[in-house]
Ligand binder design. Structure first.
Ligand code: PEP
Ligand code: MG
Length: 571
């Protein structure tokens, strides 16, 4: 048995097709006819451009706009004259072969992008690598295994898969894939989830252990891989595969249904989104609203602030697409781990405790007011609610509301319409806010608990620190008590309480949260139907009876064990 990282759920059982990178040896050669070499380069470039265009169209049709954007980026690279003029000059000036010149120049660009701190820019480096490999193959007329045209169902095993590989996969015949490298957030993993192909990544030295036509069974949830397994194991996984299919079918049947518990409590399952491209998934998974729109993505990967008009169009589109369902839009939450190069944010010792989110907005009022104007204008087109992030004291909340009030009166003076009854809420991500949530609740229309940050601030554990991940735990009794306190305080003041941190979509936590009285659960769209399934099978009254005992347990481990023992509907 091998263990990798479960990257896309599902079971795969079948024969292996090894996709070994044909190691392309590129050697420097002296050439006489540079014109012929440049023609060769052009031919390979045009061929690559055609291939990329086909991949773009195929991806757009079969997966979605967001995934297809990768190929838009690739096509910009094949069309980038800055790169190709440099390659041509190198061929001419140094009288060298095209593939060598291509490698030398693109290596320079790759090194520049790889060196940048910005994740988006780093991704540009892998895009250039992918495009360079394609042009090189076309230059040297090297044939690769064509994943878009497979003769029989197979499990693909490879060192790594590029977005081009994943997007072109013949979904009918790819049972799943396993890669030696990569993590959950690699492009190939993201594509696999969108395509609903089971996948395991980061499987280490798997390539040295497998041969073409070996038999494999793997579990894309757990990351477990069996090579040439016994009949017993095959039978067990055939059973699991069957269960998986039935479960998927059962989930599809929940589309269009209410989220209502056994004891008749109606709950709201909303989606977290970062861009308008995520709306496809929101509709497909039947979200009852948007519980968190992380607007900072609108400000990222660009060179200047988005204008009021640009933001207005985006917020309006989201509001209209959701057709009157609630859309909670969070104001800019930049800083911490999210940087904006063009804003020249200060380098800080503790960025998560620093100049971020509402703190930054209240300091840079022009940025804040532009966003609030766009949000208010868009509120005429749907059911928008405004939410402030990282509020740590009443002063911040009052100040943010007062800025909102002044933007409202500007709009009134200009005769620009907006929803006069727009709800205004705040995230609870800071323990100080949780502790005074009884007071804060008097001045907002709703709370949304941001557990991603709340856990890190409550337990003093950096949410991104792998070495400390064992301490970052939603089952910590302090975290659970904090959540219960916030919900109770919100309800005492008659406001609704939601949650938009990752915990809201955690199958083990969903029943507990429902028992605690959470009103709205906001999560990644893909988790929604599973959450509905869980909620439809639990009785919140029975869970409520367990809370006192659960909340008095001393350790996270005991809490988790208690939940698993006492609550039958955990998947
Ligand atoms: C959170 O902190 O739980 C949250 C939803 O915000 P983000 O993950 O964007 O910090
Ligand atoms: Mg947060």
């Amino acid at each position: 048995m091998f263990k990798g990282i479960g990257a896309s759920p599902g079971i795969a059982i079948g024969k292996i097709l090894l996709k070994k990178e044909s190691k392309i040896e590129i050697v420097k050669k002296h050439i006489e006819d540079s014109i012929k070499e440049i023609h060769g380069l052009h031919y390979a470039r045009v061929k690559s451009k055609d291939e990329i265009l086909k991949l773009y169209e195929h991806t757009l049709e079969t997966i979605g706009e967001k995934e297809a954007q990768i190929f838009e980026a690739h096509s910009m690279i094949v069309e980038d004259m800055e790169i190709f003029n440099q390659i041509e000059s190198k061929i001419k000036d140094e009288k060298i072969n095209a593939e060598w010149a291509l490698k030398e120049i693109t290596d320079q660009f790759i090194a520049i992008f790889d060196d940048m701190d910005d994740e988006y820019m780093k991704e540009r480096a892998s895009d250039i690598k992918d495009v360079t490999a394609r042009i090189t193959r076309n230059l040297l007329e090297i044939q690769e295994i064509d994943l878009s045209n497979l003769k029989e169902p197979v499990i693909i095993v490879a060192e790594d898969l590029t977005p081009s590989d994943t997007a072109s996969m013949d979904k009918k015949n790819v049972l799943g894939f396993v890669t030696a490298i990569g993590g959950k957030t690699a492009h190939s993993a993201i594509m696999a989830r969108s395509l609903e192909i089971p996948a395991v990544v980061g499987a280490g030295d798997i390539l040295s252990k497998v041969n073409n036509n070996d038999y494999m069974v793997f579990d894309g949830d757990e990351g477990i891989i069996y090579l040439n397994p016994t009949q017993d194991i095959i039978d067990r996984y055939v059973g699991k595969l069957e269960e998986h299919k039935n479960f998927k079918y059962a989930l599809q049947k929940l589309i269009g249904k209410e989220t209502i518990t056994v004891d008749g409590k109606k709950l709201e399952l909303a989606a977290n989104i970062g861009t308008v491209d995520d709306l496809d998934g929101v509709l497909r998974n039947d979200a009852q609203g948007i519980g968190l729109f992380r607007t900072e993505f609108l400000y990222m990967d660009r060179t200047s602030l988005p204008s009021e008009e640009e933001q207005f169009e985006v917020y309006k589109k989201v509001a209209q697409t959701m057709k009157g369902k609630p859309v909670v839009i969070r104001t800019l939450d930049i800083g911490g781990d999210k940087d904006l190069t063009y804003m020249d944010l200060p380098k800080e010792m503790n960025p998560f405790l620093g100049y971020r989110a509402i703190r930054l907005c209240l300091d840079q009022l022009d940025v804040f007011k532009t966003q609030l104007r766009a949000l208010l204008r868009a509120s005429s087109y749907g059911n928008i609610k405004i939410m402030f992030p990282m509020i740590s004291c009443m002063e911040e909340l009052r100040e943010a509301k007062s800025v909102l009030g002044s933007v409202k009166s500007d709009l009134r003076n200009e005769n620009i319409g907006f929803d006069e009854n727009i709800e205004v809420g705040m995230m609870i991500e800071v323990p100080a806010a949780a502790i005074i949530s009884d007071i804060l609740a008097k001045e907002v229309d709703f709370f949304s608990i941001g557990t991603n940050d709340l856990i890190q601030y409550t337990t003093a554990v950096d949410r991104g620190n792998q070495k400390l991940s064992y301490l970052y735990n939603q089952f910590h009794p302090a975290v659970l008590r904090c959540i219960q306190l916030i919900i109770d305080n919100g309800h005492k003041e008659g406001i609704w309480v939601g949650m938009c941190g990752e915990v809201a979509g955690d199958p083990e936590m969903i029943p507990i949260l429902a028992g605690m009285g959470l009103d709205e659960f906001s999560m990644s769209p893909i988790s929604i139907l599973k959450a509905r399934y869980i909620l439809k099978n639990i009785d919140t009254k029975k869970i409520r009876d367990l809370l006192d005992e659960m909340l008095s347990m001393p350790t996270a481990k005991e809490v988790q064990a208690y939940i698993n023992k006492k609550i039958p509907f955990i998947l």
